[in-house]
Each structure stands twice: as C-alpha cells, then as structure tokens.
Design a protein around this ligand. Structure first.
Ligand code: TYD
Length: 140
C-alpha cells in the first residue's frame, strides 16, 4: 500500500537550447510505467478546484506544461502538497492516492500521463469510501 511519501517530484532531462528547450519522455526509459493515456486540463477558471477523488490502480505523471497549480496528495493518514510550475519536473503519483488540485494560474496547462485508459470504475469519488478502502487494505 503506497503512502504520500512514495509520491515525488522527478526531474526530467531537459535538452537545453537558446531557441527553446525540449523534454522528451519515453515509456519505461524515464516514466516508471507504460503510458496508456495522455490528457490535459486547460482553460481552468481562476479559483476552480479539481480532482477531489482517489484511484485504486492509476499511476500518473503530472507536468505543468504551462503556468502553475498545486496538487494535494492524501493517503488517508497524511497529506503532501506539491506546487508545480516547471515543465521539466513531473509529479509521480502512485496508485491508491486521493488528490485535490487548486490554485491554477491563468493559462495553465496540467498535462497528465496515465498508466491506464479512462475507467470510471477505478475512481473513488467519496472521501469516506476512500478512507474505508485504505483502512480495509492491508499494509503489505
Ligand atoms: P475527472 O477525472 O473527474 O476530472 P478532474 O479530476 O480533473 O477534476 O474527469 C472529469 C470528467 O471527464 C468525468 O466526467 C470523466 C471525464 N474524463 C474522461 O472521459 N476521460 C478522461 O481521460 C478523464 C481524465 C476524464
């Protein structure tokens, strides 16, 4: 069973160029899972809060492709806050985490590389249900 301490910021290799930088991501090579889906949030109105759900299996790589926002990761016991504002850094979210997203800057783009295709059955939409899932799941 993962904890918030297993979720971390990963520095991505940046190909630096005076005419603009490149970050290249490849399955397995620099992403610790096989990417099955990519999606991004954009045009998020100022003050909006997103997320507010858990996932059973999904692992994600979150990149602030533009602008900034804050992820709050919660494992039912502890919470950890990650401010993302750099396209050459990714937040790696392990399976079994609850997440909230807030403080989107104007024009921000939250790009997500995901380990699974979209499946509503992988979501836990109620926090009470999430806590029950965490409490019912053995630590090993
Ligand atoms: P959701 O993941 O709840 O949004 P967020 O965590 O960003 O607040 O998704 C919002 C809606 O979009 C929900 O109805 C499901 C749908 N959706 C898809 O159809 N495919 C996807 O890949 C994602 C991420 C969401």
């Amino acid at each position: 069973m993962n904890s918030v301490n297993d979720c971390k910021i990963i520095n991505l290799h940046k190909i630096h160029n005076l005419a603009g930088n490149i970050v290249s991501l490849e399955n397995i090579k620099n992403i610790p899972f096989e990417v099955k889906r990519i999606y991004y949030l954009y045009d998020v109105p100022m003050g909006s809060e997103r997320g507010g759900h858990g996932h059973y299996e999904l692992e994600q790589f979150i990149i602030a492709a533009s602008g900034s926002f804050t992820f709050i990761i919660d494992d039912g016991m502890n919470k950890k806050e990650f401010f993302l504002n750099n396209p050459s850094k990714a937040l790696y979210i392990k399976s079994g985490m609850w997440r909230e997203i807030k403080n989107f800057s104007s024009g921000s783009i939250c790009m997500v590389l995901a380990s699974h295709k979209y499946q509503e059955s992988d979501y836990i939409r109620e926090y009470k249900e999430y806590l029950k899932y965490k409490n019912d799941t053995p630590l090993i």
